[in-house]
Design a protein around this ligand. Structure first.
Ligand code: ADP
Ligand code: MG
Length: 438
């Protein structure tokens, strides 16, 4: 790395707020600073909703920050950066185009002639292990192969910076691991036609496995809370005690008390709690996790990596579950541990009916959205309320996909607790057959 060169890309004091009609701005990023040098893989690790995708859009120039600036090789960026390519969690392929046509797309935009497009697409397709599938359509491919197409399409332009937004999280465990390993092998062999990689993930192990440097992002608002260098040579061994220790340390950083999800800005609705997205975790999983936590060997307190290991969960699956329990005050997350609260213990000891009652009490006390739905139903003469108004209200504070996921979680949790019913056909909450005395 040449230290006299300016970094490849630098973000200085970036702030991002989303403007909302009916409420104060939602501040998603606040004073974010980072720089990426040539030749490194940097990981951006943070909880869901902390602003990672927003930051990637800013780095790529697709979105201008509300305040602050982005420098590419020392030059202020205004508009989409040349020399970046992006890989998305959802693959984002065109279903009506073949593999080769999808891959060529990036070059078409650059005005590269047909013959050269074909030969470069061919090279990228071979490199990423898709040789022979040039004329297949996305629907004929497995998820892992589709993401290989996404990678080939990004690599074909030989970007200076490859941005990857949770590229493996839609894949099953084995497929994801194969793709990670293949990518790192290519990187080590110097075969990846990119200078640097910035990769967003909420999977701690993935970050430690792949990155030279990890930026841990805090939420509400998002900022770079800590930075760690990963000192291990490739290929890395997940079972190496030093590797495990680093995963442990990052768990602790990510569950530091200060990082408890809180409303981003104290707007009136935020105080009512509408600004908080709910973790999409089923009540079955929450009950199972509490039971495992209460039982030996944990007996109420568990180290998160150990718990993830014994439940065969990935970090990015366990953390949202821990956060949901913490939100409901059934367990508490701190310094890399999950420990059960008194209410959590009671929940585990009780039968189903009492469990539902404990859950209902926790929801009404700590999940304002659920409380608001129930209050509205109580107040209405016909005890019915359309989901639309709650969805609209949520969308004032979060993106439509977060709003949808939050609403679905509120439906599932409220149903389990028997606080209300939900009629999918009518998209309506109701109190049919619900005990009025909560
Ligand atoms: P992450 O990628 O870390 O999950 P995002 O950058 O997607 O986070 O979103 C961060 C926050 O910004 C979330 O609360 C989300 O609801 C909100 N947000 C993202 N995009 C928009 C948008 N277009 N309009 C309003 N809010 C948005
Ligand atoms: Mg994202």
């Amino acid at each position: 790395m040449d230290t006299n060169m300016p970094p490849l890309v630098e973000v200085r004091g970036a702030k991002q707020s989303y403007h909302k009609d009916s409420a104060a701005d939602l501040v998603v990023l606040e004073d974010v600073n980072l720089s990426i040098a040539s030749g490194e893989i940097v990981g951006l690790l943070g909880r869901s909703g902390s602003g990672k995708s927003t930051l990637l859009r800013i780095v790529s120039g697709l979105m201008a920050p509300t305040a602050g600036e982005v420098l590419w090789r020392g030059q202020k960026l205004s508009g989409p950066a040349a020399g970046v390519a992006m890989v998305f969690q959802s693959f984002a392929l065109f279903p009506w185009l073949t593999v080769e046509e999808n891959v060529e797309l990036g070059l078409e935009a650059q005005g590269v002639a047909k013959a050269e497009r074909e030969s470069r697409a061919e090279t990228a397709i071979d490199l990423i292990g898709l040789g022979g599938y040039e004329s297949a359509y996305p629907k004929e491919l497995s998820g892992g192969m589709r993401q290989r197409v996404g990678l080939a399409r990004a690599l074909v332009v030989h970007p200076d910076l490859l941005l990857m937004d949770e590229p493996f999280s839609a894949l099953d465990v084995l497929t994801a691991e194969t793709l990670r390993t293949d990518l790192i092998d290519l990187w080590i062999e110097g075969k990846l036609p990119v200078k640097s990689v910035l990769m967003v993930t909420h999977n701690i192990e993935e970050a430690v496995l792949m990155c030279d440097r990890i930026l841990v992002f805090s939420s509400n608002p998002g900022r770079v809370a800590s930075e760690l260098k990963v000192p291990f040579a490739h290929p890395r061994n997940r079972l190496d005690p030093a590797f495990r220790q680093m995963v442990d340390d990052i768990y602790a950083l990510m569950t530091r008390k200060a990082a408890i999800p809180a409303a981003a800005v104290p707007t009136p609705a935020a105080e009512a709690g509408f600004a908080m997205a709910l973790e999409p975790v089923s009540t079955n999983l929450l009950a199972g996790l509490l039971e495992a936590l209460a039982a030996p060997p944990y007996s109420g307190r568990a180290d998160l990596p150990a718990l993830a290991g014994s439940l065969q969960l990935e970090a990015d699956e366990l953390l949202p579950m821990g956060e949901a329990l913490q939100r409901l005050r059934l367990a508490d997350l701190a310094d890399g541990d999950l420990h059960i609260t008194e209410d959590g213990k009671k929940f585990v000891e009780e039968n189903t009916d009492h469990r539902k009652a404990i859950f209902a009490k926790a929801l009404l006390a700590h999940v304002p959205l659920v409380a608001a739905i129930r209050r509205t139903l109580d107040e209405r003469w016909n005890h019915r309320a359309s989901a639309v108004r709650f969805r609209d209200e949520l969308e004032d504070h979060m993106s439509p996909d977060y709003a949808e996921a939050t609403l679905l979680t509120a439906i599932a949790w409220g149903r389990y607790a028997e606080l209300y019913n939900y009629d999918e056909q009518a998209a309506q909450f109701n109190l049919d057959d619900i005990d009025a005395t909560v």
